[in-house]
Design a protein around this ligand. Structure first.
Ligand code: CTP
Length: 453
């Protein structure tokens, strides 16, 4: 099964030239030290998936595993390799994390490498020298590294160092699963150990149009029924690291064009329980999400609106009011978002009660301008068709209307600057909104009538 080979010139053609150069330099640095270097994870998967495509792959995230012994027990081979690369690329930022096993090199909008993130991990966990040429030892070391990963399609390694550069290390049938379009987990406990993998599995399935393999689906089901969500959902905040990862996965899903299908698959698997055990993608929530999708198209220009976050707020808002704040806090949403969800029951009833009493656009504007955009979207999705129409009309039209005259105009008309300007401008705006006045001339007439000098 380890006979597979990737044609390296073909790989070179698929990568941006600077990225390819980086891999070449990393391999040389590893070879000089007698180490093996592998490309692993998503890049290998995407490379194999794009076999037919001739265009350059957009890769912004590279995972490398170096397998080698370092004479100093304080430094992992991965860290040393990262340091060696940083000498070649001084513009990259070096982050060393974990004990001394992993390092990351980051290029942020670099003129040559654009934005690139290279993670370099060390495969060897036992620190003893071994003959680099011993394929048995070597295979067991990279195999061990791959075995702790999530799915077979992500557990492929491509050897970059010679001898046998270009060899594809496939210990778990990843290549077959790629061909069969299957998401298969490596071992039964994977989801218990890391429930966020349920979300990852769904993300890959929907993104690539793959199926979650039957046994894997049963493992997911088992993990959920054994209460894995107690660790991820609101009842328990003892596991912030897990919450952080869950939030990152949710962000990833909700940002993707396929987010709605992904949520539907999560629902089928019962995995929305990981957000809160009451959360269900029922018809009502689905309707709200579809409306949201339409509304996000309308407001795409709004810089302040973070689409994935508002989608997540819609999910949380679907829960009973008493749970919302807790769930938002556990998922570490920003403070304004937590406050918004906390007050949502109240703001929703306010608006739903008061909006129908508004007869004129100016009254609607006066009522709605006290709420932020996100709150109004959440209320619109909750409200009746009429409420929604008025909020949309407010957001798309009325909120953007300016009074026909501004402070300078008032000054030129001979009004003495002072606090009454505010009131005058408000009155002018209301008259404009309600179409009482339609042009400057009428605006001046309006002032003369209501504010005689
Ligand atoms: N990984 C894992 N379990 C997780 C997260 C990540 O096993 N909970 C492993 C996977 O093998 C994955 C690798 O770490 O391939 C890198 O993770 P990440 O960069 O998040 O995923 P990619 O596979 O690169 O996916 P994407 O293309 O979406 O970035």
């Amino acid at each position: 099964e380890r006979e597979n080979h990737i044609n390296l010139p073909q790989l070179e053609n698929k990568l941006a030239p600077q990225l390819w150069q980086l891999l070449v330099k990393a391999s040389q640095a590893a070879e000089q030290r007698g180490w093996h270097l592998y490309l692993v994870g998503g890049a290998v998967r995407d490379l194999l998936l794009s076999e037919a495509a001739t265009s350059t792959l957009m890769i912004t995230d590279i995972d490398l595993v170096v397998d080698g012994f370092h004479k100093s027990a304080d430094v992992g081979a991965g860290v040393e390799l990262a340091k060696a690369l940083q000498e070649i690329y001084p513009q990259a930022r070096l982050d060393i994390h974990g004990a001394f096993q992993t390092a990351a090199l980051l290029w942020h909008k670099d003129p040559e490498l654009d934005s690139l993130w290279v993670d370099i991990a060390t495969a060897r966990t036992e620190f003893y020298p071994y003959p680099a040429a011993n394929p048995e030892v070597e295979a067991s070391s990279i195999r061990q590294d791959l075995y702790r990963r999530d799915f077979t399609i992500n557990a492929l390694a491509l050897r970059l160092t010679s001898p046998r550069a270009g060899e594809l290390m496939d210990f778990f049938g990843g290549l077959l699963d790629l061909q069969a379009k299957q998401i298969r987990v490596l071992h039964a406990n994977s989801f218990i150990e890391d429930p966020t993998r349920i979300f990852r599995g769904v993300r890959f399935a929907v993104r690539f149009g793959f199926q979650i393999e039957a046994q894997t689906a049963r493992y997911i089901n088992y993990a959920i029924h054994s209460g894995v969500y107690d660790r991820t959902s609101q009842e328990n905040s003892r596991t912030p690291a897990l919450q952080t990862r869950l939030k990152a996965e949710l962000k990833h899903i909700l940002e993707a064009p396929y987010w709605l299908s992904a949520l539907q698959l999560l629902e089928q698997l019962g995995a929305l329980k990981c957000i809160h055990h009451d959360l269900q993608l029922d018809g009502r929530l689905l309707r709200k999400l579809r409306l949201l999708e339409r509304c996000l198209h309308k407001f795409a220009i709004q810089e302040t609106l973070i689409p994935w976050q508002i989608s997540l707020e819609v999910l949380i808002a679907h829960l009973d009011g008493k749970y919302r704040e807790k769930v938002a806090k556990n998922l570490q949403l920003p403070d304004d978002s937590i406050t918004r969800l906390k007050k949502l029951s109240q703001t929703t009833s306010e608006v739903i009660e008061l909006l129908p009493n508004c007869q004129f656009p100016s009254q609607i504007v006066n009522l709605l301008r006290t709420y932020d955009l996100e709150t109004l979207i959440l209320i619109a999705l909750e409200g009746s068709c009429l409420i929604r129409k008025q909020i949309w009309k407010y957001l798309t039209t009325w909120a953007n209307i300016q009074p026909l005259l501004n402070g300078n105009d008032l000054k030129q008309l001979g009004y003495k600057p002072g606090p009454q300007y505010r009131k005058m401008l408000d009155d002018l705006l209301a008259a404009t909104l309600d179409a009482v006045i339609q042009n400057r001339e009428e605006a001046e007439g309006f002032l003369a009538q209501h504010y005689p000098r």
